[in-house]
Design a protein around this ligand. Structure first.
Ligand code: ADP
Length: 264
């Protein structure tokens, strides 16, 4: 469980987030959504401690993240950000093994158990066949799966992902998010994922936090937040909600101008 209490952040004099609180329980996927520039990535960075909010706290299973030694924090929280490792000269197998670092002491080398865990993580994301390939030579979709495998090998119970579907074609978007949702639903991990595509959020998230105007404009189960009355003032366009094949879908009507939320 990740808890955020009263987080704020400014870049220079520009306040990006103020008084943001949220809770992400085990076994569920929490989506961070909102228009471009609404602070989703900034919030994710606050949640994994790469940025430290001058106000408020982040807790992981009740313990303050900032007070945990780095190695312990990395055993609890794994992060998948977009551009990590692009220039790496490592193979895929070596890249995934890096996820074992928080479990090794300073001069300890990876052992049979680490290799087994890394191989299991690659298998889980359907990428065992890539093990011997150069990481830098992979396609975007393959890379994303390998980075998720590295996070899995880290065996952290909390996983934070920043737009894991960016630059992926539609099939890979669904594949990657299917894997991510499985981690929450099958392995009972806590998953927090930044998504800008509301239809992907509708399909794969259990709960969403909608950012707008530097604050949480709405939060709660997908069914309650992804409704036109809530979304239209934040995004400033007409939105229609339909159901097809048992699945919630949002249709966008940009020609219908909506009065933007006064908080934005
Ligand atoms: P989102 O992920 O929702 O697009 P971000 O968290 O990336 O939003 O950015 C929120 C706001 O903060 C934007 O206005 C962005 O331009 C600004 N911003 C982000 N990173 C920096 C930075 N390193 N320095 C200055 N401003 C930044």
């Amino acid at each position: 469980m990740i808890g955020a209490h009263d987080l704020s952040w400014s870049y220079g004099s520009a306040q990006v987030l103020s008084a943001v609180s949220l809770s992400a329980p085990h076994g569920r996927v929490l989506g961070l959504i909102g228009p471009n520039g609404s602070g989703k990535t900034t919030l994710l960075r606050l949640l994994h401690g790469v940025l430290a909010s001058p106000t408020g706290t982040v807790t992981v299973d009740g313990d303050r993240l900032a007070a945990l030694p780095a190695r312990e924090a990395a055993r609890r929280v794994a992060v998948v950000v977009q551009e990590s490792g692009g220039e790496s000269a490592l193979t895929v197998a070596e890249t995934v093994l890096l996820g074992r670092s928080p479990h090794l002491s300073t001069f300890q080398r990876t052992g049979a158990v680490d290799h087994e865990i890394a191989a299991g993580a690659l298998a889980r994301v359907g990428a065992s066949h890539l093990a011997g390939r150069s990481f830098a030579g992979l396609s975007g979709g393959e890379r994303q799966r390998v980075l998720i495998a590295r996070a899995l090998a880290q065996e952290a119970t909390h996983l934070l992902l920043d737009e894991p579907t960016n630059h992926l074609d539609i099939r890979y978007q669904h594949e990657v998010l299917g894997i991510v949702a499985g981690l929450a639903h099958d392995l009972h991990r806590t998953v927090v994922v930044v998504l800008h595509d509301l239809n992907l959020a509708a399909r794969y998230c259990d709960d969403v936090v909608l950012l707008g105007g530097g604050r949480i404009a709405a939060s709660g189960p997908v069914e309650e937040v992804l409704v036109p009355e809530v979304l239209e003032p934040v995004y400033g366009i007409g939105i229609e909600r339909v159901r097809a094949g048992g699945q919630l879908h949002l249709l966008f009507h940009p020609h219908i101008r909506i009065q933007e939320d006064s908080r934005a």
